[in-house]
Structure formats: structure tokens, C-alpha cells
Design a protein around this ligand. Structure first.
Ligand code: FES
Length: 181
């Protein structure tokens, strides 16, 4: 969840109705607050599209920070996702430590391939080979830096016993007006 507070004091000041650009930028930099907390983000109502429930792995064999690609929605070769155990609690994470997540491998800017770009140290995907966007996998795939403005689509996961299942997708896969099936 994002909270943005903007100080409009300089705009209201009748003696300084025309604030200089430099002043505005300095004031803006010090008064814009952007907060993103996984727990709060998790409370947001995210749109999820249901897809067939398929098994994509096992908790016991999934190693921390080892990214595993899988096709999803099923039978669609242009859409792959990555399954990863981050080793720290994440928005949308499942498992005992809420650290197992899965995200699309297609960059939301122009569809650049993110396969193999997972960075364990930062729990991030990227930089995208096309225009260098990176995404935070611990915070619902939100953009850390780069050209993209949309978070990475996140797969909805479910654990039953030792099995990890994927059941749907939160967010729009790049290049589609509605998610492919
Ligand atoms: S396609 Fe990934 S940053 Fe442009």
C-alpha cells in the first residue's frame, strides 16, 4: 500500500505564489513519503484470475534461492514463471516461513525475458536485459528501478502437505489485455 503526502504549504503562501522550480524540487524531495510494507500490501485487494491447479514443486526439495522455471498458464510456452524460496517472509508468500513465491518471467515494460536474473542477495529479479528494470520479489514484484511501472504478475500458490500448487495469477501478463489461458 502506498501513502503519499505532499506539502502544499509553499503553494498556499500568498507572498510566494510562484515557488521556484528548485525550491519546489527541494521541498518535494523532503516531504513526499512513500511507504510500502509487505503486511499492508498483503491486505490490499489484489485481482486474481483463476487457472487450473497444477503441482509445480515440493517443499522438501525446493532449495533456498534456487529459482525454478515453470510454464503457466499450463500448455502456454510463451508464459513462464519462476518459483523461488526467498528465505524471508514475502507478500503473497506461502509455506511455514511465508517465503515461497512465484512470478512471471516476462518484464511488464516491454516483455523482456527475466529468466535466470534472480538475485538472491536482494530477493529481486533483473535487471531486465532490455531496459534494466528490477523487481522486488519480497514485495509482490514491485518495481525497484527501471522503465517498467507495473509490478510483476505474481502466481497464487497453495501448499498441501509437501506439494506446492499454483492456482491463479495476480496481475496482467505482458502483451495481453486479459490473461491468456
Ligand atoms: S522490457 Fe524490461 S525494462 Fe524494458
Amino acid at each position: 500500500m502506498s501513502n503519499i503526502e505532499i506539502n502544499t504549504e509553499s503553494i498556499k503562501d500568498s507572498n510566494h505564489t510562484c515557488t521556484s522550480r528548485r525550491h519546489f524540487l527541494l521541498a518535494g524531495a523532503s516531504t513526499i513519503i512513500l511507504t510500502t510494507v509487505p503486511g499492508i500490501a498483503g491486505a490490499m485487494k489484489l485481482q486474481v484470475k483463476d487457472y487450473p491447479r497444477i503441482k509445480i514443486g515440493s517443499v522438501s526439495t525446493l532449495k533456498q534461492d534456487e529459482a525454478v522455471d515453470f510454464m503457466y498458464p499450463p500448455e502456454n510456452p510463451v508464459s513462464t514463471f519462476v518459483l523461488v524460496k526467498l528465505g524471508e517472509a514475502a507478500g503473497g508468500g506461502v509455506g511455514k516461513d511465508k517465503d515461497i513465491v512465484a512470478f512471471s518471467n516476462l518484464c511488464t515494460h516491454m516483455g523482456g525475458p527475466l529468466n535466470g536474473t534472480y538475485k538472491p542477495k536482494h530477493k529481486a529479479m533483473g535487471p531486465c536485459p532490455l531496459h534494466l528494470t528490477t523487481f522486488d520479489l519480497s514485495r509482490h514484484g514491485m518495481v525497484i528501478s527501471g522503465h517498467a511501472t507495473e509490478s510483476l504478475p505474481q502466481a497464487r500458490l497453495e501448499i498441501v502437505g509437501d506439494n506446492i500448487y499454483v492456482t491463479g495469477i495476480m496481475g496482467l501478463i505482458y502483451g495481453h489485455t486479459s490473461n491468456i489461458s
